[in-house]
Design a protein around this ligand. Structure first.
Ligand SMILES: [Zn+2]
Length: 260
């Protein structure tokens, strides 16, 4: 039996039998770990009340032959209480946790992904409701980059020529090929294509800043309503085109956005 000590964020949990729960962690050193929290629902276990959704913890897990381990010890590093108490924050945190659950792998750590989730949760915590959507947008752009779908905004995805930026111009973003098309390549193909969308220079700069500085870039950039709508439309198409994601949390998130 292996003993695993690491840091883990609770990204999913469900009930097992009458007293237990199965917890999915995204961990710093091992990627996804699934483990049973014995007796937590009966309140008889020292884990009761501290295995919390979205919490960031030091964990010790006993791992037998199966991929399902058993939590031996857990202590909260950060509880992220507001992510459970505020419905808007909860909707965004659920969406991000579910994406990490879908794209994360067992026994295959990705510390950039781990840090992104942790940094995003911290940002959701401190941002006002109307600004959390920018955290989600940056999270999606960075997830694409981590998974090998970094939006190509410097050179043409077809001919590889550098795209010269002129501030007044609109550019063509090709979802399928994952980036900008130059004028020549746009013209040489049939112009109508549902996988193409126009994007402004300002929006391209926002993508570039987010890719360069990560989630903390949100402290220094200002995103207009028009830029946000343009970017969110393109990034959503891009994300769902390349990643086969069926997300339970998406309806909840869209409902919260409609209310807001
Ligand atoms: Zn080209």
């Amino acid at each position: 039996m292996a003993v695993i000590n690491t840091e883990g964020i609770v990204i999913k949990q469900f009930d097992l039998g009458e007293a237990d729960k199965i917890i999915t962690f995204y961990t710093k050193d091992y990627g996804i770990i699934r483990a049973v929290a014995k007796g937590v629902r009966k309140g008889k276990n020292r884990l009761s009340g501290i295995v919390l959704p979205f919490s960031y913890n030091n964990i010790t897990v006993y791992q037998g032959r199966s991929s399902l381990g058993r939590i031996n010890h857990l202590n909260n590093i950060y509880t992220f209480t507001k992510l459970r108490e505020d419905l808007t924050k909860m909707a965004y945190a659920s969406f991000m946790a579910e994406i990490v659950d879908k794209v994360g792998l067992e026994s295959d750590p990705n510390q950039i992904l781990f840090s992104l989730l942790l940094a995003s949760f911290h940002k959701i915590l401190i941002k006002e409701s109307e600004e959390i959507k920018y955290v989600e947008l940056a999270f999606k752009i960075l997830i694409l980059s981590i998974l090998g779908y970094k939006p190509e905004i410097k050179q043409c995805v077809s001919c590889k020529n550098e795209i010269l930026k002129i501030s007044t111009k609109k550019y063509i973003f090709d979802i399928k090929y994952g980036g900008l098309l130059c004028n020549n390549c746009t013209r040489s193909e049939y112009t109508y294509n549902e996988n193409r969308d126009s994007i402004s220079e300002g929006s391209l700069q926002i993508i570039e800043t987010i890719l360069e500085y990560g989630i903390k870039s949100l402290d220094k950039i200002i995103i207009s309503k028009r830029q946000y709508e343009e970017l969110d439309r393109i990034i959503n198409k891009f994300l769902f085109y390349h990643l086969d994601l069926k997300l339970k949390s998406l309806d909840f998130l869209n409902m919260i956005k409609d209310l807001g």
